[in-house]
Design a protein around this ligand. Structure first.
Ligand code: 5GP
Ligand code: ZN
Length: 137
């Protein structure tokens, strides 16, 4: 994809603090980190998000995330790590090339990632059934 900024980073046309590369994936520091060491793992082949990445590329991204999470916790001396992925605009995706955020966390850093709530009556049962039905299609 010529105008995709993460494709440009993959091709070396834009600078980045690259920390890892293999035949299918690269990992580099996010330019605006939540905490220092915040890393993005991306497939080298362009797609938009989780919905159209190939199963092979997703498997490769997942394994790179696993490796990098271990290295980031150790190297940055983090107390824990969050892994996150935004898919589509209304889920907060800004760069439309699949990427997994690996965010080192520190005791007392005060970050609250997602507000949670309780289910309304029948909502859990109905939601679970909709997902089971979609899996059958
Ligand atoms: P999204 O909201 O799409 O999940 O996250 C996109 C991420 O890409 C953001 O956290 C943003 O800081 C990061 N980002 C955007 N442009 C660049 C760039 O040119 N270089 C790097 N390294 N990160 C970028
Ligand atoms: Zn791309």
């Amino acid at each position: 994809m010529p105008d995709c900024i993460f494709c440009k980073i993959v091709r070396g046309e834009l600078p980045s603090y690259k920390v890892y590369e293999d035949d299918k994936t690269i990992a580099f520091l996010d330019i605006r980190p939540v905490n220092a060491g915040h890393t993005l793992v991306v497939p080298k082949t362009h797609a938009n998000n989780i919905f159209d990445i190939s199963p092979e590329d997703w498997a490769a991204v997942s394994e790179t995330v696993r490796k990098l999470t271990i290295a980031i916790e150790k190297g940055i001396a983090a107390d824990g790590v969050n892994i996150a992925m935004n898919n589509r605009e209304h889920a907060g995706q800004v760069v439309h090339h699949p990427h997994v955020h690996i965010i080192p966390r520190f005791k007392g850093d005060g970050l609250k990632l997602m507000p949670q709530r309780t289910y309304k009556e029948r909502e859990a049962e109905e939601s679970a059934q909709k997902i089971r039905d979609a899996l059958k299609q």
